[in-house]
Design a protein. Structure first.
Length: 230
């Protein structure tokens, strides 16, 4: 039960499927406990009993991880692998990489550049859509908010704001230029996404909070083993 509490702290976004975790944990523990009870009716040495317990308990933890549902971001095992890979790749993460980071790499990024971080980032994804609304050409543009100012890569796009609309001018790699006009304030906190004229727009704001246990765990490990940028 303690192990399950730790797992749910590490991976809290279980949705309604999380309701099965506690009863399933009890059933698994009872089943594996019965196996240990049957085996230990014979005389076992301490090291044999310890080895048996560690093997069974490790198998139980694996089963608990496998049966812990996640609403988004992949399975628990994927998130563990992502966290490990982010730690290994720590030195190769650059300041300009933020828009393309995995969840684990984002944590490493926040720690590595904690002295340089802006107040927040807003990522705007613009995606051309086909007749069946399939994704054709997603592009992500990053806006950096720092001390009341907005910075972005003017080689990729330009924003023109007035009181009633926003014009977004995209400069594509093949030298094409696309002009999007919208009546929306694209930096409004209430705005998540919208569609206009064959394009989908999705806005995501990041103020560098860490909301899951595995993110906090990785950050704590980095604090003790890695040096941030100075």
């Amino acid at each position: 039960m303690i192990a399950e509490a730790i797992i749910l702290w590490l991976f809290p976004y279980t949705g309604l499927g999380g309701l099965i975790c506690w009863p399933l944990t009890i059933l698994i523990a009872m089943g594996l406990g019965l196996i240990i009870f049957k085996v230990t009716k014979r005389q076992l040495k301490i090291w044999q009993l310890s080895t048996l317990f560690l093997c069974v308990f490790s198998f139980q933890i694996f089963l608990q991880l496998m049966t812990t549902p996640q609403d988004f971001g992949g399975t628990t095992l994927y998130k563990i692998r992502d966290t490990f890979n982010a730690y290994v790749k720590y030195d190769s993460i650059n300041y300009s990489d933020f828009a393309n980071l995995t969840t684990g790499e984002r944590v490493a990024y926040i720690y590595k550049f904690k002295e340089e971080l802006p107040d927040k980032f807003i990522a705007l994804q613009i995606d051309s859509t086909g007749q069946n609304y399939e994704s054709l050409n997603p592009r992500t543009h990053l806006f950096e908010f720092k001390k009341g100012k907005i910075q972005y890569d003017s080689r990729q796009l330009k924003l023109i704001n007035n009181n009633t609309s926003t014009t977004i001018i995209e400069y594509l790699p093949n030298s094409d230029t696309i002009i999007h006009k919208t009546v929306r304030d694209i930096f409004s906190p209430q705005l998540m996404g919208w569609s206009e004229n064959g394009y989908n727009f999705f806005r995501k704001e990041d103020d560098f909070e860490m909301t899951t246990g595995i993110e906090k765990l990785l950050y704590g490990i980095l604090e003790r083993t890695r040096k941030p940028n100075r």
